[in-house]
Write a protein that binds this ligand. Structure first.
Ligand code: NAD
Length: 453
């Protein structure tokens, strides 16, 4: 279903499958707009970013309502992790864009002199952004910030599993942004498949690895580069001799945000040495401190996105003994913030990404064992550690590989726009945010200029 484009809608033959019919028309229209060259000047790019800023501020209430309808997100969390987050990313980009687009002089070998060389960023053309449901606004629009800043036309495909936010994006983007160069295509597998048959100049996909493989295979047909922002299990190593009250409060804040449905949520804890019992007690206390005795009554505590994920998650609750939580309500898709102990490393909860409010705590005897545990599994999107020891930090940095390595404050790295955000191995490929987004959505062209005389 194409919601944005009157051109595409009017050119659709209603006798044919609208998903299949719309995709070529949408891409052709954006390609024509891109070919005019109008997306390239800095003024157009900054104008689009200013318009997106207006959208986010003027429509903040409608967006907050949509996020609540889709995921039960409270207004404070919706602002912090979706609207405000995207505004920060946008403002950082606007502040630095001129500097990021400046040609970078390159040294010329003596034998070629006199000559000048530079690396120049140019837009790629028409790019596709495919977004997931868990941060349905942020993960659709933060890549769009980068795509527009780099001077591209962009097709956005929001997640059908967050239908209210998807509809809001489809309604609002064409109203605020250049509708010839920015298109929103709503829909699920059929619509995305039809889009993936088209030739794009970059595909930016956020979601699970199974679909990531489908996206990459489709992109290969056109030799289109991809960014895959995937997930996986992000461990938290808690070293002996750490302040466990502070540690627990910070783990709880990162884990139960969006009811645990965060790609970089702490997935499980590796408690080193004898820290587990005290840490578990502190985690239970931190949950009570943050959400009260009845987290279901806290307007800032979210709900599980749909019945399928609710069933999947409640089945994991039996994989250990709850230190806190364990309660759930099918009707409202509520699952209490839950900490599990006595969990086997082979249990289902330890085999798949949890992506919900369930936190297993496992004990490992020492740092060697923690490092071996992490290295024995897929490279995580984030590795977190709480430690007072510089040696431990150095060892984790040198002996493990992950999309990000964060000490002391899980999840926070994604809100530092000057840091790259992305995975490695099974957790993804490529990176974005700030200048890394502009790099992702640009081609860096080599220019060498040798005078004739
Ligand atoms: P999802 O189900 O919303 O799917 C993501 C997108 O893929 C949607 O737009 C959907 O329409 C599309 N899609 C689904 N099936 C498809 C198919 N067969 N062909 C083509 N397109 C298809 O979201 P999800 O995958 O459940 O998202 C959760 C996963 O995403 C988790 O693994 C999480 O860790 C990861 N994630 C990663 C990041 C990150 O930034 N690295 C952020 C959020 C989520």
């Amino acid at each position: 279903m194409t919601t944005e484009s009157s051109t595409a809608e009017s050119s659709t033959d209603p006798a044919t499958d609208p998903a299949a019919a719309d995709a070529p028309a949408v891409v052709a229209r954006l390609r024509a707009a891109y070919a005019t060259g109008r997306t390239k000047p800095l003024d157009w790019r900054l104008g689009q970013l200013a318009a997106l800023r207006r959208l986010l501020t003027e429509q903040s209430e409608a967006l907050t309502e949509a996020l609540h309808a889709d995921l039960g997100k409270g207004p404070a969390e919706a602002y912090r992790t979706e609207i405000g987050f995207t505004l920060n990313e946008l403002d950082h980009t606007v502040r630095h864009l001129d500097e990021w687009l400046r040609p970078k002089p390159a040294a010329v070998p003596e034998g070629f002199l006199p000559a000048e060389a530079r690396a120049v960023r140019e837009p790629l053309g028409v790019v596709l952004v495919i977004a997931p449901w868990n941060y349905p606004l942020q993960l659709a629009l933060a890549p769009v910030v980068g795509a527009l800043a780099a001077g591209n036309a962009v097709v956005v495909k929001p997640s059908e599993l967050a239908p209210a936010t998807s509809a809001a994006i489809a309604r609002l983007l064409p109203r605020y942004l250049d509708p010839g160069a920015v298109a929103v295509v709503e829909g699920a597998v059929a619509e995305t498949t039809a889009l993936l048959e088209q030739r794009f100049d970059h595909i930016f996909y956020t979601g699970n690895g199974a679909v990531g493989r489908i996206v990459m295979a489709a992109a290969a047909r056109h030799l289109t580069p991809v960014t895959l922002e995937l997930g996986g299990k992000s461990p938290v190593v808690v070293d002996a001799g750490t302040d466990l009250a502070v540690t627990a409060r910070r783990i709880v804040a990162g884990k139960f945000l969006n009811a645990g449905q965060t790609c970089v949520a702490p997935d499980y804890v590796l408690a080193v040495g004898g820290t587990a019992p005290e840490l578990e007690a502190e985690l239970a206390a931190a949950v009570r401190e943050r959400y009260g005795d009845d987290p279901s009554a806290d307007p800032e505590y979210g709900r599980i996105v749909n019945d399928r994920h609710f069933e999947r998650l409640t089945a994991l609750l039996g994989d250990g003994r709850p230190v806190t939580g364990g309660g759930h309500d099918r009707a409202t898709r509520y699952i209490a913030p839950t900490v599990l102990t006595d969990v086997s490393a082979q249990a289902p909860v330890m085999r798949e990404e949890i992506f919900g409010p369930v936190l297993p705590v496992l004990t490992v005897p020492d740092l060697d064992a923690a490092i071996a545990f992490v290295n024995g599994r897929d490279k995580p999107l984030a590795l977190y550690a709480f430690t007072e020891s510089q040696t431990t930090k150095d060892r984790l940095a040198a002996e493990t590989s992950s999309g990000a390595l964060v000490f002391g404050l899980p999840v926070s790295h994604l809100a530092v726009p000057a840091l790259p955000f992305g995975g490695v191995g099974e957790s993804g490929m490529g990176r974005y945010h700030g200048e890394y987004s502009v790099e992702t959505f640009s081609h860096t062209k080599a220019v060498l200029d040798k005078p004739l005389h």
